[in-house]
Design a protein around this ligand. Structure first.
Ligand code: HAM
Length: 416
């Protein structure tokens, strides 16, 4: 039996997984700070959620879904993305809107695997449901931008565009179809096939993009209201200090978008995989799924690509506040009890699980990057432990009561 994971998937272990943990934590913290509650929902859903929600004509639905029949004869699909299921879950809950939701987890797309393009990949994201105001678009785009800032991703570019409302989209689509039909003979067969199903996607074709200089663009068809909404989004981003580049060719690959669309691009990565996140407004999605009108905006960020863009530098072993050293084996149980109490007091503490020499235990403390060693030895009889600062070698005797040890370590006095 091979121990390798299936094609296009990865096992992520330390040291690589440390970066994942740092990035996932940073997102969770930031999303909570912006008022986004957690949503947990199934990794698989009814196939029609994605067929209807993401769109029959999209590459995701046509070529990339992991779809199977379960033993009850239902057509099930492993989620290729989050937004359609989040809206379905909201509709099922009958909850009040506005509702601000955040999520993290694996998504599945049957793609040609390469670096940054995986068959199982992780996304974190937010969906702001029930809010029409451009302030919501600005908040969402800014949140993503601050996240990349927080994790230290450099060379990030925010690309922005608007697709207009359904009426402007329909007018643009009609004009685009007739333009594309007029140059049909020059187009690749892929693009020709898309004229009827998903003409906007022809803008994504590397082969044909340069033939589209005369093509009608979404911004030529904006209603006054859509243009106004977009102007407010841009003004809000300016005020928030979020730099962006307008990209009139940005159309995104999923059908549910209306008005604002955006992508976060890591300019240091290879062009084929340099979109580290994307999102936009999807005011019609709830209705497409059979629910009521729920204007909404959100994004999803690709963790695999983000980790790739952050580079190879391995995160160090997570530092410990203290390592407990058993100087005298008769006190092992007391030391174990002390470790338990210190952990309950929120210190990061560990010890060797089996008897080792004091020297070996100090070595282990160094390996684990402990700030201090707490020596449990004869001084226990006097109600004390010795705390050694492992950076300076300075030692102090401290009352063995957990509170005293914690405040000693937290005050840094043993680090002096
Ligand atoms: P998406 O652009 O399809 O949008 O995916 C978002 C991000 O997921 C991409 O920018 C990329 O970083 C990552 N990603 C996508 N496919 C792969 C893959 N095969 N391997 C590695 N990473 C990948 C959505 O999924 C929408 N749900 C975004 C959204 C949320 N729109 C509104 N709300």
């Amino acid at each position: 039996m091979s121990f390798r994971p299936p094609k296009g998937t990865d096992d992520i272990l330390p040291p690589d997984s440390r970066m994942w943990r740092r990035v996932l934590r940073a997102f969770d913290d930031l999303a909570e700070r912006y008022g986004y509650d957690l949503i947990v929902y199934p990794v698989f859903d009814s196939t029609d959620v994605f067929e209807r929600g993401v769109g029959e004509g999209t590459d995701v639905v046509q070529k990339e879904m992991y779809t199977f029949q379960d033993r009850g004869g239902r057509s099930i699909t492993l989620r290729p993305e989050a937004t359609a299921s989040v809206v379905r879950a909201y509709l099922a809950s009958g909850s009040q809107i506005p509702m601000k939701l955040a999520y993290a987890g694996p998504m599945f797309r049957y793609e040609r695997p390469q670096a940054g393009r995986r068959r199982q990949f992780w996304q974190v994201g937010v969906e702001y449901l029930g809010e029409d105001s451009p302030a919501a678009d600005v908040e969402v785009i800014e949140l993503g931008y601050r996240f990349y800032e927080t994790i230290g991703l450099t060379g990030l570019e925010v690309q922005l565009n608007t697709l207009g409302d359904p009426a402007s989209r329909a007018a643009h689509r009609e004009a685009l179809v007739s333009f594309l039909t007029s140059i049909e003979d020059d187009l690749s067969s892929d693009s020709r096939g898309r004229i009827a199903t998903n003409p906007l996607r022809v803008f994504d074709s590397k082969e044909d993009r340069h033939k589209l200089s005369g093509a009608p663009m979404p911004f030529n068809y904006l209603s006054t209201e859509s243009a106004d909404h977009y102007a407010h989004v841009k003004r809000g981003l300016d005020r928030a200090g979020v730099p962006y580049v307008e990209n009139p060719l940005l159309v995104r690959g999923l059908d549910y978008y209306t008005r604002t669309v955006f992508e976060y691009v890591a300019t240091d990565l290879d062009v084929a995989q340099n979109a580290v996140g994307g999102g936009g407004r999807y005011d019609q999605l709830a209705e497409v799924l059979g629910g009521r009108h729920v204007p909404a905006v959100g994004f999803s960020l690709g963790i695999d690509r983000i980790v790739l863009a952050l580079g190879d530098e391995a995160e160090p072993v997570p530092a410990l506040d203290a390592f407990v050293v058993v100087a005298d084996e008769v006190r092992r149980d007391l030391a174990i009890g002390l470790v338990r109490e210190l952990r309950a007091g929120s210190l990061r503490v560990d010890m060797e699980p089996t008897p080792r020499s004091v020297k070996a235990q100090f070595k282990a403390a160094d390996r684990r990057r402990a700030h201090s060693a707490i020596v449990v030895g004869d001084e226990w009889e006097a109600g004390e432990v010795t705390i050694r600062n492992l950076a300076t070698g300075g030692e102090a005797r401290v009352s063995l009561e957990a509170g005293a040890i914690i405040s000693h370590i937290q005050s840094g006095s043993e680090r002096a």
